[in-house]
Design a protein around this ligand. Structure first.
Ligand SMILES: CC(C)(COP(=O)(O)OP(=O)(O)OC[C@H]1O[C@@H](n2cnc3c(N)ncnc32)[C@H](O)[C@@H]1OP(=O)(O)O)[C@@H](O)C(=O)NCCC(=O)NCCS
Length: 400
């Protein structure tokens, strides 16, 4: 009980509290919720969404079907999928005032900040305070999934001084996003590849951005606020920023002959190889295996991309040197190379991650509010007690 704490020094207070409660920095290993949305086994490289292996979804599903599965805990029948797809397609446009807001943002700003600001602003246009109302839940999810790609593509173009490209209803989710970026209908294989990247990034258990969204959800804030909190958390370099850093690293290496000396030097300097390693996976990330196969098909065989050739060599040498420590390429190793080849600016890679992960965030939002308990963790106080108030003239440096 807090009232029993009599210690007056930080050390004494901390040690007496620590005896009673175990402290886990970063909540590592502390379950913060029960969830039936996804499951990961880092020892065997297993990732399932609602019990279905990611490999099966990547091969047979689409991003919108996978989103439906995450949100409603079952695969839709054809009528349900057609309706969901049509609802998302019809809500892609953003209000001109959201476009104006994006135009007002500085072009050198980070795209994740633009996305976060625009998503928070959406909540002002579509009030969603009654979060337990199924209609509010459905239409908020539809709007967020539909409009985030439009916001990302608009900022990508507007900051270069190009006109925004309006969405096209005859294109699918990924194809339309690429069209809004480039004003060109993409090759179906490239659109399919992006759609698969979105499936692979849609959900990953209790990660930092999901937790952040859930904390906000637990206050019963509206879903636009929930998603904008999660976007802010995803932006950090320890979470969503690795794909961009991987491409920066590949560009720094420059050519295949520099790979080995570069990696040796980097590891000798105790620097990490970007796009390698994972807190959970101790074998190769199953998403990286799928992406590598896709990249192999598109970038090596069709496009003969020099960046991909370089990435392959980095992975080969990285595996040779790090696999013994359980460190392998992760999902971000190849996704950055793919996005770069699709024409996306590097600082937009995390926005594509957010366009995918919004499905997982919304699934956790729905799960959280169904049986809500406000998140209010505790702390171990390690400051002093019983300090007196000293008038300013009697403090050291005071002018009394
Ligand atoms: C993802 C990551 C943060 C997980 O790390 P973690 O589980 O907290 O493990 P640590 O950072 O404590 O590293 C443990 C050991 O592995 C090494 N290691 C981890 N990732 C490494 C990497 N990418 N390259 C080289 N060494 C790595 C560390 O240097 C450390 O070695 P040591 O015990 O000899 O000091 C880490 O692997 C990383 O920073 N990777 C690069 C960034 C990245 O790709 N992030 C995207 C993740 S999806």
């Amino acid at each position: 009980m807090k009232g029993d704490v009599k210690a007056t020094t930080p050390e004494a207070t901390a040690s007496s509290e620590a005896v009673r409660r175990e402290f886990s920095p970063g909540l590592a290993g502390v379950p913060a919720a029960r969830s039936s949305i996804s499951f990961v086994n880092g020892e065997t490289g297993l990732l399932e969404y609602r019990g279905i292996r990611i490999e099966e979804l990547a091969e047979h599903s689409s991003f919108l079907e996978t989103t439906y599965l995450l949100l409603y805990d079952r695969l839709p029948d054809q009528t349900e999928l057609d309706r969901f797809t049509s609802d998302v397609t019809q809500h892609r446009r953003i209000k001109y005032r959201i476009t104006d807001l994006i135009k007002c943002l500085p072009e050198q700003g980070h795209p994740m900040d633009a996305l976060q600001a625009a998503v928070a602003a959406l909540g002002m246009f579509y009030p969603a305070r009654h979060v337990l109302d199924p209609q509010v839940q459905y239409w908020s999810a539809v709007r967020l999934i539909a409009k985030m790609p439009t916001i990302v593509a608009a900022y990508h173009r507007l900051r270069r001084g190009d006109e925004q490209v309006q969405p096209r209803d005859d294109l699918d989710h990924a194809g339309n996003f690429l069209y809004m970026l480039t004003e060109t209908v993409p090759d179906p294989l490239i659109a399919k590849m992006l759609d698969t990247c979105l499936i692979l990034h849609a959900e990953h258990t209790m990660n930092a951005s999901t937790f952040s969204g859930m904390v906000t959800a637990s206050t019963l804030a509206d879903p636009y606020t929930v998603v904008s909190s999660a976007i802010g958390t995803l932006k950090g370099p320890l979470h969503g920023g690795a794909a961009q850093e991987t491409v920066d690293m590949l560009e720094e290496i420059g050519s295949v002959d520099h790979v080995r000396p570069y990696i040796m030097q980097r590891l000798a300097a105790k620097q990490k190889l970007m796009g390698f390693g994972h807190r959970i996976y101790k074998v190769k990330d199953p998403r990286a295996i799928i992406l590598q196969k896709l990249a192999q098909r598109l970038l090596a065989e069709s496009w003969r991309s020099p960046l991909y050739k370089l990435a392959e060599e980095v992975e080969r040498v990285g595996e040779e040197l790090l696999a013994g420590k359980g460190i392998h390429a992760n999902v971000d190793f190849y996704s950055g190379v793919l996005y770069k080849t699709m024409g996306l600016d590097e600082d937009f890679f995390t926005c594509v991650f957010a366009m995918a992960r919004v499905s997982g965030w919304l699934a956790h939002w729905l799960e959280q509010i169904k049986d809500n308990k406000l998140f209010r963790p505790d702390q171990i106080y390690d400051g002093p007690h019983g300090r007196g108030y000293v008038p300013i003239e009697r403090r050291p440096g005071g002018r009394g």
